[in-house]
Design a binder for this molecule. Sequence first.
Ligand code: NDP
Length: 238
Amino acid sequence: MAQATARSVFVTGGNRGIGLAIARRFAAAGDRVAVTYRGEEPPGSEGFLAVRCDVTDSQQVDQAFKEAESAHGPVTVLIANAGTVHDRLLVRMSEADFTSVIDTNLTGAFRVAQRAVRGMLREGHGRIVLISSTSALHGAPGQTNYAAAKAGLVGFARSLTRELGPRDITCNVVAPGLTETDMSRGLTAEQRRDLLRQTPAGRPARPEEVADAVAFLVGAGYVRGAVIPVDGGAGLGH
Ligand code: NDP
């Protein structure tokens, strides 16, 4: 259903996978959507504004927001979705393997949220959703870097919720389980089987099912600092 007033929505990593499904969801509701990409632009004729941005670079983040704001007005909905994996058992993990994953998945969310919140405070309104992972809640072998970054998003969202207090600016977290995207295609057949064995739904999520939870949180102004698992029941609500 179209919104009464089109919102200015900014989705990091919106050129493919979960981010693209989220961007399509908002565009279908009539919102003005900017998506970031590094290499490949989102598929053509989607009606998004595509802005080049690596979330590990705060100057690129600032420039991308400027482009989005000049085309669509102040960003009032931020979806911090950009993420990466670099799985290795801890004993084999280099410091660069660890810090690069933290830099994209956690510090990247800090960079975009800080940039967005300044404008949201001026507007007196905002919605922020951070895309975490069930790895944050249950852990996963080979993912000390990724799980630490994704768990960091939970503390980040809850602290920001307390900072924002009674203002109409919310920050929540969506924690997907196994979802059909390029990222999950990197898993071995055995890893995939193990994950699905622990998943009552017995199948991976479709990216659109993660977008459903994001859209809910953006519409739900009294839900704050929450973590919504989208995991086919793998964590039974946790
Ligand atoms: P994809 O690998 O399909 O897409 C990752 C997206 O993140 C791409 O748009 C990519 O941009 C972007 N990205 C990666 N690094 C950076 C960076 N430094 N700066 C800007 N953009 C970057 O993964 P998904 O769609 O599956 O993942 C989306 C989110 O969901 C991630 O945060 C991921 O951790 C999380 N997630 C995914 C799960 C899954 O099973 N798929 C499960 C749980 C959580 P580019 O195209 O330029 O590389």
